[in-house]
Design a binder for this molecule. Structure first.
Ligand SMILES: [Zn+2]
Length: 119
């Protein structure tokens, strides 16, 4: 990247329902009926999603790192596959030596379609 921006240090806010994300909490709608929507022990939302109305929370550094790893796993394995490798949004992450394991789904066709299985 050529610019000297501070993306790494920037806080990000994400909707719990849709793909909406923003670094700017000022564009969020103030959350209504907060005490009916947030259970004791749950973190308070930053506001409501302007697109779907669900609650928006600040993303922790940890969940942002996981989201980035999930995107990298998708780009490397799921995208080039013929829809037979998928990575969930909440895939489990496990750090290893020199890399990280990201949980994925692999498609296994019915036994009748054994042409896809190579030995
Ligand atoms: Zn939303």
């Amino acid at each position: 990247m050529a610019s000297a921006n501070t993306d790494c240090a920037q806080q990000l806010y994400a909707c719990g329902n849709c793909a909406f994300e923003t670094p700017d909490p000022d564009i969020l709608v103030p959350a209504k009926d907060l005490y009916q929507r947030v259970s004791p022990g749950e973190s308070l939302p930053a506001g409501e999603c302007p697109e779907c109305g669900c609650l928006v929370h600040a993303l922790s550094t940890e969940s942002r790192a996981s989201a980035e790893l999930i995107e990298r796993a998708r780009a490397r394995y799921a995208m080039p596959s013929d829809d037979d490798i998928e990575v969930d949004d909440d895939a489990r992450i496990s750090e290893g030596e020199g890399g990280t394991w990201v949980q994925a789904w692999v498609w296994v066709p019915d036994a009748a379609d054994s042409s896809a299985i190579r030995t």
